[in-house]
Design a protein around this ligand. Structure first.
Ligand SMILES: [Zn+2]
Ligand SMILES: [Zn+2]
Length: 137
């Protein structure tokens, strides 16, 4: 069974504030890898006292605790999603949409990069999504 937000917070020693819960649940249900701006715009009606700074702070907190993944897009935009299952991303260079694709792996020779410590291997595919392809044709 999926753990609820209160249980997740208890495990991490965080207090499950209503703002944190709303942001977590929004990320859980949104499949489009939202930016901080999008999270803010979607929650401001329910949480009138919400500020963008609060969204940033909650996102950073979730990130530090490994609850969410950050996706860096080619135009330096940070997008977020709940870290549920390992997968890679296809990023459309026209509309910027991000699609989940099966986890991709890369093989490379670590000996080629002496002195570098690798924290994370991240493989994204960049190209044209089916929707944009239809418009181009
Ligand atoms: Zn597209
Ligand atoms: Zn994803």
């Amino acid at each position: 069974m999926e753990r609820n937000f209160t249980e997740i917070c208890r495990d991490l020693g965080l207090s499950p504030s209503i703002t944190r819960k709303q942001i977590y649940e929004y990320l859980l249900k949104s499949k489009n890898h939202p930016t901080v701006d999008e999270i803010y715009k979607n929650l401001i009606d329910d949480l009138p006292t919400l500020s963008k700074t609060t969204v940033y702070n909650v996102i950073n907190l979730f990130s530090q605790h490994g609850l969410i993944e950050t996706i860096n897009t080619s135009n330096n935009e940070k997008r977020y999603e709940i870290a549920e299952h390992a997968h890679s991303h296809f990023i459309c260079k026209y509309c910027g949409a991000i699609y989940d694709v099966p986890k991709l792996t890369i093989s490379y020779d670590k000996n080629m990069m002496p002195g570098f410590v690798i924290d994370k291997e991240e493989v994204n595919l960049v190209g044209i999504c089916p929707n944009c392809m239809k418009k181009i044709k």
